[in-house]
Design a protein around this ligand. Sequence first.
Ligand code: ADP
Length: 215
Amino acid sequence: MLEIGLTGGIGSGKSTVALLLVQQGAELVDADALVHELQAPGAPVFLAMVERWGPRIVGGDGTLDRGAVADIVFSDSDELRALNGIVHPAVSAEMTRRREALAATDATVILEIPLLVESGHEGLHGVVVVDVDPEVAVERLMAGRGFEEQDAHDRIGSQASRGERLALADVVIDNNGSLSDLSDEVDRCWTWIESLPRPPLDREIRPIGGRAGRG
Ligand code: ADP
């Protein structure tokens, strides 16, 4: 198994790139998707969160009320630390389980990790960063994902900076152009991935980054 980290700011095009890499033959482990699975009603992270904050974080339909959680942690660093302390170790453990299931194969695994700057990237064989001008990201978040302009700016502003992400990159995918340009960039990236030496199959699988459990 060859493991490549994929990151980028919100609206940079990570998910779009991940799909294109899957079309090339990669396996995808998506940290955000794991968070959603673990926060489904009755799942372990959901239960731990309800134990801490009570029924006020559960909506009328029984699913997690993400807005209510955001309100609790938004301006209270202790509550945010508590949330991270519940979510990050669980996601890290689940991610390790998924990786272990692929470990003895010769799969190319893309680990889509939005917070790779924060979690650390130790243990990966390479890091791909999707880069876009923040103004372009704002426009795309408004056009494609229904964001309000201020909300898009706020979300981008709360994340690691463009420079911090680029400093991790082995390959930068420029997504300022069209979807067809992006597809060319992903082809170039895949050629680089395929040129990498394949690691031994009996390698020990350790959690990525080693900082994922920090509060
Ligand atoms: P991320 O996963 O990094 O948050 P997405 O892949 O969801 O970003 O992309 C954000 C939005 O921009 C989506 O609606 C996506 O369809 C759109 N998008 C991504 N790349 C391009 C592009 N090159 N041209 C136009 N729209 C794009």
